[in-house]
Every structure is written in C-alpha cells, then in structure tokens.
Design a protein around this ligand. Structure first.
Ligand SMILES: [Zn+2]
Length: 310
C-alpha cells in the first residue's frame, strides 16, 4: 500500500471507509414496483428509480461500480427487456449515487447530469459539512463522466413519458436534480430528501440547509397529493414525509439563526443542546451536534479546512 493511499484512507470518515471496505458480493438488489412501469431498486448506496419499457431502460442514480451487473440483472429479471441500461441520470455527484457510471457507460449507457456533477466528478476533492464530517471524492475517469449536461433542466422522452430532471441550486450539493415521472406520478428526490434522520448537507461542495428546504417545499407545492416519492436513501415515501422533513429543516435553521444573532459560539450551541427538541432525528451518520455544525456552517458560509491529498 502506498503512503499516499494510506493517508487518504486515514482521513476518510467512518461511513465512507465502511462503504469502501464493504464486500459488495453480499449485496442483493431489491426491486419494488412503484407505479406503472417505474421501479425502485435498493442495494447499497442511494436508491435507484428505473423506467422500464419498450424503448429501453433509463435509471436515476447507479449506486457503486461492483453492483452494476446485479442492477442490470435485476432489471432484466422483470422480463420486459433484455437490453442494457440506455440512459442514467445522476441526481448529484456523490460516489454512492454515481459509482456505477463507468461500468454502465461501458455497456452503452449515456450518462446525463447537471453541469456541476460533471465538474465535481472530473476534479474530485474534499467534501463534508464544514466541520466533523469530512469526505474525500476521488476524481473519476473520463468514461465515468456525464456525456450530456444541463444548467437548469432536461427532458428525456422515453417509454411514452416526458421524464424531466430539474436542477435545484445549493441544496445537498451545488449540482442537485430532482427527477419527475409525470405519467406515473413518481418523483426521485435525490439526497435533497432522505429518511436516515438529520441529513448530510455537503456544505463544502456548495450545499446549504436552506436550499434543501427550498427544494422540498417547491416540489411539495407542485405535485399531486398522492405522488409516490423515492428518497435518496430510505423507504418509499409520500408528500407528508417530504413536508415534515422540510419543516424540520426550517425550524432547526431558525433556532441556530437565533443563536447566531445572540452571538453564541458553535460550542455553546452544542453544550446548550439547542436542537434537543429534534433529538428523534439524530442518527448514526449525522447526529445532533453534527447537524448543529451543518446549519451553523451553512448559515455562515464556512466550508471547513481541508488538506488536499490526491
Ligand atoms: Zn449524497
């Protein structure tokens, strides 16, 4: 093992380390029919949405590279088509949503994403909440990069549906898209909406808590009440779940904003447990202290100090 690799491993957070070390051979892909010809796939990493029909297969996000074959096999097992995945839309650049880009592009898929997804995949670099959560994003080879990028939105006309990816600025990252399947009444939220508790907001990669709340509120305002919501991580959801999540983001942000206005330090906010009323959202990835940091850094524009090492 080279010294450089060792250093980068040591700097990785526990979660990313665990994901890198995982034995993917044990992962099984669970397929759930969401509506009509839309399926949700869960393996390891972000949730996948798939439109499967006579024109072929388009998927939203693609988990990790070692799972690409299993993902294709799970889609073929539906018995609708035996052709390889034709298009992939990335909701954002994180490796647990884009790791399959390279193998899927190699078997003929065209990768589509927001401009900033391509930029961040190409250059790599440090990410995190500007505080205790630090991540390292390795630069990706050319073949893993999106071939088609967009600044605001793009529509893919496939399987009788106008599948639309719409960019929402400065939410989970600065390159987020939410994907709408209007005929099937399904939406894939990417990591602007997740079910593991307080969300990871990649403040170091242009994310903000307020932008994430904006995205959730805008989506909730424009979709039918019975829309089926695929979160970036976690179980299939509905609009009330999205609204509750957005409300939590707004309320916790207001509490930290008030503490900032009272000139409290980050340490004081943690000691005073100012987010104590939201304790049920505290998770193993983002606990309450880490979320106070996230909001504090989001509001103050603190992106954290990083040592570049790749
Ligand atoms: Zn993410």
């Amino acid at each position: 093992m080279s010294k450089r690799i060792l250093i980068s491993w040591l700097l990785w957070p526990a979660l990313a380390f665990a994901q890198q070390q995982q034995d993917f051979s044990k992962v099984e892909i669970k397929v759930t029919k969401v509506s009509g010809n839309i399926y949700m796939l869960e393996g390891q990493g972000g949730n996948i949405a798939a439109s499967v029909g006579e024109d072929g297969i388009i998927i939203v996000d693609d988990e990790f590279a070692p799972l690409a074959e299993k993902i294709q096999a799970a889609l073929h097992n539906l018995g609708i088509t035996d052709k390889p995945v034709r298009f992939v839309i990335n909701t954002h650049f994180h490796g647990d949503h884009t790791g399959g880009n390279l193998p899927l592009a190699t078997t003929g898929a065209t990768i589509i994403a927001h401009d900033n997804v391509r930029k961040r995949l190409e250059t790599g670099g440090p990410g995190g909440n500007g505080g205790s959560i630090q991540t390292q994003n390795p630069p990706q080879p050319k073949a893993a990069l999106p071939i088609i990028t967009f600044a605001n939105d793009v529509t893919v006309h496939l399987n009788g549906e106008d599948i639309r990816a719409l960019h929402f600025p400065a939410g989970h990252t600065d390159g987020d898209s939410i994907i709408f399947f209007p005929n099937n009444n399904v939406v894939h939220m990417g990591d602007d909406f997740v079910r593991y508790g307080f969300p990871f907001v990649d403040v170091a990669s242009g994310g903000t808590v307020e932008g994430m709340a904006d995205a959730c509120e805008k989506v909730a305002a424009q979709l039918p009440a019975d829309v089926k919501v695929i979160p970036g991580h976690g179980a299939l959801s509905n609009l009330d779940d999205v609204r509750a999540f957005a409300r939590m983001l707004r309320e916790t942000t207001a509490v930290v904003q008030k503490a900032l206005a009272a000139h409290k330090t980050l340490d004081q906010m943690k000691q005073e447990k100012i987010l104590g009323a939201w304790q049920k959202w505290s998770g193993s990835f983002v606990n309450t202290d880490a979320f106070i940091e996230t909001i504090y850094n989001s509001l103050t524009g603190t992106k954290g100090k990083f040592i570049r090492h790749n």
